[in-house]
Design a protein. Structure first.
Length: 127
């Protein structure tokens, strides 16, 4: 299997046994990102909007390290501890993506690492 491990200091370091992203062929699998500030590895302060933005910033950094952008994401998974925040996800997401938007899922979960309110992962494909 031909795979490449993607790593950048511009996104939070892995806090477990995983890579920030793995590329296999023209597909990049982005690991879940929570709203950690890369430099301090502390959670971003503020509310859920700040958390959502930080997660998109972290995904952006990993996508760029892989040689792409968020617009190369074809599938995005969003995990929320409160699904009533989904309209806010749409609002913030519109600042980071251009059409056509990726396929996505929004999943309500009981809890996330470090008491985050949001986590996202995705799949990028280079054509």
């Amino acid at each position: 299997m031909n795979r490449k491990i993607i790593h950048t200091k511009s996104a939070p370091q892995a806090i477990g046994t995983y890579s920030q992203a793995v590329q296999s062929g023209n597909t990049v699998y982005l690991s879940g990102q929570i709203p950690l500030i890369p430099e301090s590895m502390e959670m971003v302060t503020g509310g859920v909007e700040e958390q959502i933005s930080r997660v998109f910033d972290n995904l952006t950094a990993v996508a760029e390290a892989a040689g792409g952008t968020l617009d190369d994401i074809i599938k995005l998974n969003i995990f929320l501890t409160d699904l009533s925040n989904f309209p806010l996800v749409n609002e913030v997401m519109a600042r980071y993506f251009t059409e056509p938007y990726p396929a996505r899922a929004a999943i309500g979960v009981a809890s996330l690492p470090k008491d985050a309110e949001v986590e996202m992962d995705g799949v990028m494909v280079f054509e």
